[in-house]
Design a protein around this ligand. Structure first.
Ligand SMILES: C[S@@+](CC[C@H](N)C(=O)[O-])C[C@H]1O[C@@H](n2cnc3c(N)ncnc32)[C@H](O)[C@@H]1O
Length: 261
């Protein structure tokens, strides 16, 4: 007699149905959060698994130190990071929305969930002072924030990670979501590399990976192409023409400094 337990059709279907139910519940949660706060959500549904995987592939699971995820939402990227081999104890999840934080705590009990503002990164991560951070993986809707806030976020992230870190960000846009081109200092300080569009995501998206220009250990990530942004033409014009002219005008307006006034 065959004593092997027979897997019934229901037993095979149940995990698939469970996944589908979870996916639909996440879609509903996400859409509800978007209705409440469209600007801070930036999307009407969670990232699909192909985009989440493309994000996770930018992280080296063998690196040591913490991996900080900004705006994990319902956790598709977190799941992809764990599937890539990042130990959940190394994950720090920074999320603004309280309901998502509770959900993340249930789904990833070994990860550290912080309810806080990613744009105040040093304060938000103050409890981890002194711990090494090797990558910051962000799904924040950056384009809803002014250029200066985005560059400040990149600066803060690298101040915490050190020169060998990596900042990973997806975007639905065609150009770098970090406006490096329009900030001369940032153009010189950082390098970006971009993936091909992830077509199997709604809407299709690209993944950017930023590193410091002076990093010594440059990791080549197969699915990314380096993009060396040059300063925008106006930036060069501003530096070469506008700034010297303004300096001259300021000098004239200040008048002679030899006490004749
Ligand atoms: C586009 S959703 C991405 C969610 C998820 N990572 C995904 O890919 O489906 C953006 C997420 O960032 C969160 N968020 C927005 N602004 C934030 C901030 N300043 N600090 C922390 N989280 C923020 C939102 O609550 C939301 O969960």
């Amino acid at each position: 007699m065959n004593s092997k337990p027979m897997r019934t059709r229901d037993a095979r279907v149940a995990p698939v149905r469970g996944k589908l139910e979870q996916r639909l519940a996440d879609e509903a949660r996400f859409f509800g959060a978007w209705l409440d706060s469209p600007k801070s959500m930036g999307a009407v549904s969670p990232s699909g698994r192909f985009l989440a995987r493309a994000m996770a592939r930018c992280v080296d699971p063998a690196s040591d130190g913490l991996i900080v995820e900004l705006g994990p939402g319902t956790g598709p990227v977190t799941e992809a990071l764990a599937a890539r081999g990042v130990a959940p104890e190394r994950l720090v999840l920074v999320e603004y929305d309280g309901a998502f934080c509770k959900l993340l705590e249930r789904r990833f009990p070994q990860a550290q969930v912080i309810r806080g503002d990613a744009y105040r990164l040093r304060d938000t991560l103050s409890a981890f002072g002194g711990r090494k951070i090797s990558a910051v993986v962000s799904s924040l809707p950056l384009l809803t924030r002014p250029d200066a806030d985005r560059i400040a976020l990149l600066d803060d992230a690298f101040a915490l990670m050190g020169p060998e870190g990596a900042f990973i960000q997806f975007t639905y846009g065609l150009v770098s979501p970090m406006p490096l081109k329009f900030n001369l200092r940032a153009t010189q300080a950082y390098r970006g590399a971009v993936s091909n569009p992830v077509w199997l995501n709604l809407p299709p998206a690209r993944v950017w990976r930023y590193t410091r220009a002076d990093a010594t250990a440059t990791q080549v990530i197969a699915h990314l192409r380096p993009r060396h942004d040059k300063p925008a033409p106006f930036e060069a014009f501003r530096r070469k023409q506008v700034e010297p002219a303004l300096a001259l005008l300021r000098k004239i307006a200040d008048g002679p400094r030899d006490g004749r006034r």
